[in-house]
Design a protein around this ligand. Structure first.
Ligand SMILES: Nc1nc2c(ncn2[C@@H]2O[C@H](COP(=O)(O)OP(=O)(O)O)[C@@H](O)[C@H]2O)c(=O)[nH]1
Ligand SMILES: [Mg+2]
Length: 472
């Protein structure tokens, strides 16, 4: 299941019909319908956030399958970059006022930017890469970076830009949040400010190949990182859907086709050496076994862990070594989560944002009666039910995450079958489902008498509607 194939198509169709109805109300509103339609029909945007040097650009390269992030001119590494599928490969700078200007590239690389980074909201890059067909990736310069300026640039385009100049905002729909130890409180706050919830944020324990005591430690760093990720997953359950350990460098090398047979041969040539002696050798100018420049290349491609542990497998050649890198990077699991969970909820969030855009028009435009009609019809369309519930869930996660109403909403949004939506076993029969729905309905009615917030009030109305449907 991919973000655009399930279960969004009826949602998109419903939204598309609403936009056509909007466009029919006059030329001005046709312009708005076109603008909103562009959001609807472009892939959801997943932003990669985290501290400087957390491994963001390395992971973006691995996911795109090309070493393109961060290989550009130095200035380009300090601005937000949006990587979207499209041909031909090209780059535009989006300025703070929303205007766009082409950026010259040489075989995909930006040699120098004619524009000062502080005038750029973000760089919009198109690449003919099927790897980013289902979602657009956004690389950020990072938080709490060495320069406060980088942080300001990241915030500006992700948060501030949203209210001030909407055109200069990247409007991210989901986030991949990288940290290489435990995330700091300010980083978690930032994620919340961006409006991401555990449905739309995924944690990555990055640089897993160097975790704990590293490649020479008593414990295998990947296994150690795996255990730590499970603990972090539980601790951060209010922030991210889960935490996956990732060795982005291993994935970057194996996904971009950087590894050659000569690399595998050179790596294998060092297979008899004790790991501690090997690390000393890697740092020396000694011409033993493998020339120093080749050893340097291997460490750049594989890191210390990959160099130490890839040596025996390298005997079987570059292709087998490449597969070993892919598996040990942890990226296949991440890609799976992106396609099956994060991508799906990113698309739901995007659909909800479009409802918000229509609401705004219904407030601000003279045709408000007609627009209200269109939005009301859309909200009661069964195809958009999950999108509506998602909106209530986001509001509740913001005001009262511990409320039982929040838990109910989460289960309803996350699951696709009536039995699972009601917290029953997947094999529960129709009578069982109906009885459970009636119980929940009675519960929701009783809760509705004692609500604490407007968000809870509204959410309970939606819950009562949902359980009513499930009980029939
Ligand atoms: N060993 C190892 N090094 C990594 C990994 N990911 C990134 N790095 C290195 O860490 C440095 C910073 O990575 P980068 O992706 O530029 O970080 P960013 O600032 O978050 O974009 C680079 O030298 C990378 O080669 C990893 O998984 N393992
Ligand atoms: Mg970077």
């Amino acid at each position: 299941m991919t973000a655009s194939s399930m279960p969004l198509d009826p949602v998109r169709a419903g939204l598309d019909r609403a936009l056509h109805a909007l466009a029919a109300l006059g030329p001005d509103l046709a312009g708005h319908a076109n603008r909103i339609g562009a959001i609807l029909w472009s892939p959801p945007r997943i932003v990669v956030v985290g501290r400087l040097k957390a491994g963001k650009s390395t992971l973006v390269n691995a996911l795109i399958g090309a070493k393109i992030a961060d290989t550009a001119a130095l200035e380009a590494t300090s601005v937000v970059s949006v990587y979207q599928e499209g041909a031909p490969a090209r780059v535009e700078a989006v300025l703070l006022d929303g205007t766009r200007t082409p950026v010259r590239t040489d075989r995909g690389r930006i040699h120098s930017l004619d524009i000062a980074p502080h005038d750029i909201a973000y760089l919009h890059r198109w690449l003919p890469s099927a790897a980013i067909r289902e979602y657009t990736l956004v690389d950020t310069p990072g938080l709490a970076t060495l320069t406060a300026e980088n942080e300001a640039r990241t915030r500006r385009v992700l948060i501030d830009g949203y209210d001030q100049t909407r055109t200069a905002s990247v409007d991210a729909d989901a986030a991949v949040f990288l940290f290489d130890g435990a995330p700091r409180a300010d980083e978690i706050d930032f994620l919340r400010q961006l409006g991401f919830t555990p449905l739309t944020a995924l944690g990555v324990l990055s640089r897993a190949d160097g975790f704990g005591e590293g490649a020479l430690g008593a414990r295998d760093p990947l296994a150690h990182a795996g255990e730590h990720a499970i603990r972090l997953s539980a601790q951060l359950a209010d922030t991210v859907m889960t935490v996956v350990p990732i060795a982005g460098l291993l994935a970057e090398t194996s996904h971009t086709g950087a590894l050659t047979e000569a690399d595998a041969r050179a790596l294998h040539a060092m297979h008899g050496i004790d790991p501690f002696d090997l690390i000393d050798l890697l740092d020396s100018d000694d011409d033993a076994l493998v020339p120093p420049h080749m050893r340097g290349r291997l460490v750049d491609l594989l890191g210390e862990y990959g160099t130490i542990h890839g040596r025996s497998i390298a005997a079987q050649g570059a292709a087998v070594l490449n597969d070993w890198l892919v598996t040990h990077s942890g990226v296949p699991r991440l890609q799976n989560l992106l396609a099956s969970h994060l991508g799906v909820f990113a698309a739901v969030k995007r659909a909800h944002r479009i409802l918000g855009e229509l609401d705004r028009l219904a407030y601000s435009r003279p045709e408000r009666e007609h627009i209200r009609d269109i939005v009301d019809r859309l909200r009661s369309d069964p195809a958009l039910h999950t999108v509506v519930l998602f909106g209530h869930l986001e509001a509740m996660l913001g005001t009262d995450p511990a409320s039982p109403v929040t838990q109910e909403l989460r289960r309803l949004v996350e699951h696709s079958t009536p039995a699972l939506k009601l917290g029953l076993s997947p094999t529960a029969g129709p009578d069982h489902v109906r009885a459970a729905a009636l119980d929940k309905l009675a519960w929701a009615h009783s809760q509705a008498l004692v609500t604490l917030t407007a968000a809870e009030d509204a959410a309970l109305v939606a819950l009562i509607h949902t359980y009513g449907n499930l009980s029939r």
